[in-house]
Design a protein around this ligand. Structure first.
Ligand SMILES: [Zn+2]
Ligand SMILES: [Zn+2]
Length: 165
């Protein structure tokens, strides 16, 4: 494939030990409320996007995999624990939040609805606060230094050209 095969997505785990690149169009994006996805993500539900026919390359380390069932592997960073993949016989899906730019990967369908937590739909109506507002109340937040990998490719993230997004 060539650079003409846009879109070109990148992403990885929180610490940056595991990084990926995708060339080609992603498949369907979803959220899954099933109990296994809740546990695997440590979250109310799992946002995932199918890789589909796009090309997925792990440019540094590969994720470590946990076999969560006879059919499915779940990949995560062995260093920081970020959930990264759902790997089934019919294909691989990636955690939407792991992308450097998750904003354009909008879920289109919900799965596992029988296990949906009873307060999930109340979250958008909860009181809201920005990080800046939090920092004004918590002194340690105002001089916090992030060790999270930035939302772009960095030197050493992998071989080959760096996409200009
Ligand atoms: Zn990591
Ligand atoms: Zn699920």
């Amino acid at each position: 494939m060539t650079l003409e095969n846009r879109p070109f997505h990148t992403g990885g785990c929180q610490c940056g030990a595991v990084r990926f690149r995708i060339r080609g169009a992603l498949g369907r994006a979803s959220v899954c409320h099933c109990r296994m996805c809740q546990k695997a993500f440590g979250a109310l539900y799992a946002p995932l996007v199918n890789v589909g026919s796009a090309e997925l390359v792990w440019t540094k380390r590969e994720p470590k995999r946990f076999r969560s069932s006879n059919q499915v592997l779940r990949g995560f960073c062995p260093e920081c624990g970020t959930p990264l993949t759902y790997e089934a016989p019919d294909g691989v899906a990636l955690a939407i939040g792991a992308f450097d730019d998750p904003s354009a990967i909008a879920p289109e369908i919900q799965f596992g609805i029988e296990a949906k937590l009873p307060y999930t739909d109340t979250v958008p109506g909860l009181p809201v606060r920005s990080s800046a507002e939090d920092a004004s109340d918590n002194a340690y937040l105002s001089d916090i230094v992030s060790f999270q990998h930035p939302d772009r490719e960095m030197p050493g993230d992998g071989p080959g050209e760096t996409p200009h997004a």
